[in-house]
Every structure is written in C-alpha cells, then in structure tokens.
Design a binder for this molecule. Sequence first.
Ligand SMILES: Cc1cc2nc3c(=O)[nH]c(=O)nc-3n(C[C@H](O)[C@H](O)[C@H](O)COP(=O)(O)OP(=O)(O)OC[C@H]3O[C@@H](n4cnc5c(N)ncnc54)[C@H](O)[C@@H]3O)c2cc1C
Length: 530
Amino acid sequence: MYDFIIIGAGSAGCVMANRLSADTKKKVLLIEAGPEDKSASIHVPLGIALLSRSKTLNWQFNTDVQTELNSRELFWPRGKTYGGSSSINAMVYIRGQKEDYDSWEKLGNKGWSYKDVLPYFIKSEGNQTINCKLHGNSGPLFVDNLRTVNRLSDAFVDAGEELGYKVNNDFNGDDQNGFGRYHVTQKNGERCSAAKAYLTPVLARSNLDVISAAQVTKIVFEGNKTVGVEYAKNNATHSIGLKDKGEVILSGGALNSPQILMLSGIGPEAELKRHGISEVKKLEGVGQNLQDHLDITLMDSSISKEAIAVTPLGMVKGAMATVDYIKNKKGFLTSNVAESGGFIKSDKSQKTPNIQFHFLPTYLKDHGREIMLGYGYTLHICDIRPKSRGFIALKTANPLDEPLIQPRYLTEEDDWVNLVNGYKIGRKLLKTKAFAPYRDKEVAPGSIVESDDQIREDIRKRAESIYHPVGTCKMGNDKMAVVDHQLKVHGIKGLRVVDASIMPNVVAGNTNAPTIMIAEKAADMILNSK
Ligand SMILES: Cc1cc2nc3c(=O)[nH]c(=O)nc-3n(C[C@H](O)[C@H](O)[C@H](O)COP(=O)(O)OP(=O)(O)OC[C@H]3O[C@@H](n4cnc5c(N)ncnc54)[C@H](O)[C@@H]3O)c2cc1C
C-alpha cells in the first residue's frame, strides 16, 4: 500500500517521484512502461540520431490519416524509458511566452499566471551560464550552452540579423523575439533528462519503489474514490493498493494519460460505450483538445564540409569526435542537432512570435529514420500558435494497443496562412549572404515551389510533427475540462493528472521545461495540502 502511485516516469513523473518521496513518511511507487535508461544513445547527446529508430525506448506511434496532409499518417515518437520523452528529445530549453501562462489563468486557472509559474521554472533550473532573477542556478535540471557549436548554426543566427531581426542570447528572458543559439538541458556534456535530473539521484531512497517495464492497464476505483492500479509485467497482471487518503498521479503523457483514463472508465460517454467499458465518471473532455506543433523543413546541400555528415570524411571525424567525447566530453557528439533557432512573427498582425525555427547543421529526413549522404543543413519552420484541435480516442479496449491519435492538423485556415508565411521567411533566411560560403542548392522542397499554392502542396506532402502534443486532459472548470487548477480529476477523489496533457493551450515553444514546471508546481500543491 502506497501513499502515492505515480504512473509514468517521464518529464513530469520523475519530478513527482523526487519531490513526493522527499517526505520520508510517505511511501511512493513509480511505474514505468519502458526499461531503465541505460542506453548510451540516451546520454550521449548526438545519440538522438538513433533514438527515433529504437523500438524499446520509443513508443513509435503513428497518427490517424491527416486529410489536409494528403491522407498521410504521421510518425509520433514518444519516450518509453526513465525520463520519458525527455530521454529522447532534442534538449532545447524553452519556457514559452509570458502570455501563454497569463492566458491559462484568464481561462479560470487560478495560480497559473506567468508570475505564479516563474518560481517553479526557477526552482527546477540549474543554469550554468546565466545569472539573473529570471533564472535558477541550483535546480536539478541542468541548463547549459552547447559545448561545441557548428559554424553553420551561427550562420543561421547571422542570417536572422541580416534580415533585420535581433540577436537574442536568452529566449527565456524578457523577450522571446529574435535569433540565437539554443540553451540545452545537458550536464557536463551529457543529456540531462528528467530522470538524470530528478530520478537517478534519489533511486536509493528507501521510501521510493520503482518498477520498470510495467505497463499500467487500469486505475481502480471504489465509487468515485481511487483505490489502486493494475499493471502488466512479464505477461501477468498485478494489482497495487493505495492507502486511505493516498493519491494516484497520472503522468503518462498527452497520449497515454487520456487513454488510461478512458480504459479505467473516465471519459466521453459515447467512447466508453463504444468499447464496452463501465463508466466511473463521464468526462467529455478526456482526449479532446489535442494540440501539436506542425513543422515543415527546408534543406540545402552544402559546398563546405562543415556540416555533421554521413560521408567518408564524416566517418573519420566521427571516430576522432568519439575519442574527444570520451576524454573531454566535448566535440560534435555533444550536439543536440537543433543547435540554433529563432522566434518571429509571421506577419505584423501577430502580437507575439508565432513561428519558431530550429536550425540543424546536418541533413534530417523522416525524423532521422532515413539516412541522407553528403553535406547539407536543415531548417525547421514551425507554427507555435496553432488553432487546429484534434483528439485521442481508443482504438480498442485492450490497454496494450496504441491509442487512436487524430491531431486534425491544418483544419483551421489561419494555421495554413501562418505556416506558409513562415515558410517564405525561412526560404529568405537560407538565401542570405550569411549562407553564401556554405550554400550549394536547395534539396528540399527540391522542386519548383514558388507560389502560395505550391507551398501549400509542399506542406501537404512533407509537413511533420515537431513532437509537442498537449491538452488532452485540460485544466479548467468548463464542461470540457478534465482537471481543476490543482490538477485533480473533476468528480474523482485521489487522482491527479500531472503532465503535458493538462495544458489548456500549447505554449509557444518546446514543451519539456513547461511540463517539468507543471510537475514542480503540482508537487508543491500536494505537499502543502497534506
Ligand atoms: C523526439 C522528441 C523531441 C523533442 N524535443 C524537445 C526539445 O528539444 N525541447 C523540449 O522542450 N521538448 C521537446 N520535446 C517534447 C518534450 O520532451 C515533451 O513535451 C515532454 O517530455 C512531455 O513530458 P510528459 O511527462 O508529459 O510525457 P513523457 O515524458 O512522454 O512521459 C510519459 C511517460 O509515461 C510512460 N507511460 C505511458 N503510458 C504508461 C503506462 N500505461 N504505464 C506506465 N508508464 C506509462 C511513458 O513510457 C513515458 O515514460 C520532444 C519530444 C520528442 C518525442
């Protein structure tokens, strides 16, 4: 019997395990579907190139058919190991915009304005380079400059400046606008996942148990009271009970958390009926409000040999870099690949940036699953304020089957307009003088794409996710809300959802740091209420 059972050792789950088990009087259990995070490809930053292909560390989901994207089914990688998606992500440290959090509070979520959440960003952060009131220097999540930056990545920042945008050395400072190198969640040249930051250091605590390779299949209730969970491990089903006044913390991420709720009888009435699941609580919002950042890439081949490349010379450089990495934890093995970037407004009517760029000093095709030979670089262009909304549903009532993922990308005309405008600006950036020493020719789109219609066609053909699904157990008090402002599931005792799924609206930027902030705040709320 436990005081807290945490489902999922991802970005949020690791924070919860650490903070809740700090109270030695509480017994905490963390259950993770994936294995321990032992693989070197997790810890060596450039190992990210291998992680999209891993069947053991990655759920490797695919979406349902996207009508606006030539009926394609898009690949959605998600982490399945200690650290969850923070163990396979690109390590970019971005908090989003002040306006994101102020809008959450305006929707009725007391205590979630920027002013309220800033202390939790600061609490989590161990920034190694910036010393100011907006940053934390002693938190567990190490944030650092890249140790080795490719010259091409700096050319991208110069390109932004050349087009009149400002250089921004801190996207998480007062203003997100501009171009700069990304800060990364790395510690001494290694990935600093949520597991490395929060879980590994406390694994020896006697009041914390962790079960890996165990998939929670159901949360168990008596009436509307949470009493335990069931999980599958080694082809058997196991049950674990919760102490009276204990809590289950659901941190399965934006895809699995709503799936687990539905499998346990909490969700839209029609969906539960369709799969013959007994209803515990009708909550129409479970799985709804799915939002993600859609992304289109441009790629140029390069006349210079600066890029990280799969070529005979690239292999030699790779061998030398391995030695450098082992000895000094430096060199291009420390690259997070998305080394620099920028935030801009796609047109003058935007009040704050709505387009994010990630620049990669290498080719990247099909999430790294397809190897491209030769020297080249890739620009990711992403709409960070999408209006399109999708949903998660159940494909079947079998907990071991993947959920149905329907993001409904580009079903709002504004999303088309913004992405097309971003595409045009991206093209201009790659055509600047800053890239003159490197540029050979455009290889993606790779055909004649000039008019808006042609750009739309290219987006239909090639756009992909940049991995920020949120919103499927949204916080609020309207009829589609799943959790309240304390992240308690409406109408249920002893159950909170704590992960990216609770965001009412996706933040304008990457989602790891915001998810860790959410968990820090949740842990504080729980500990202060006991
Ligand atoms: C390829 C990729 C690149 C990204 N790049 C960046 C980036 O550079 N910067 C950034 O800020 N964000 C990035 N993100 C997004 C960011 O990592 C996620 O938003 C964040 O990690 C989500 O945290 P979470 O706790 O909600 O879910 P996750 O971290 O996904 O954790 C969910 C955990 O629950 C486990 N789980 C699920 N179901 C069950 C079950 N039934 N039983 C037991 N365990 C279960 C999962 O295995 C997983 O470990 C990226 C994501 C991906 C996939």
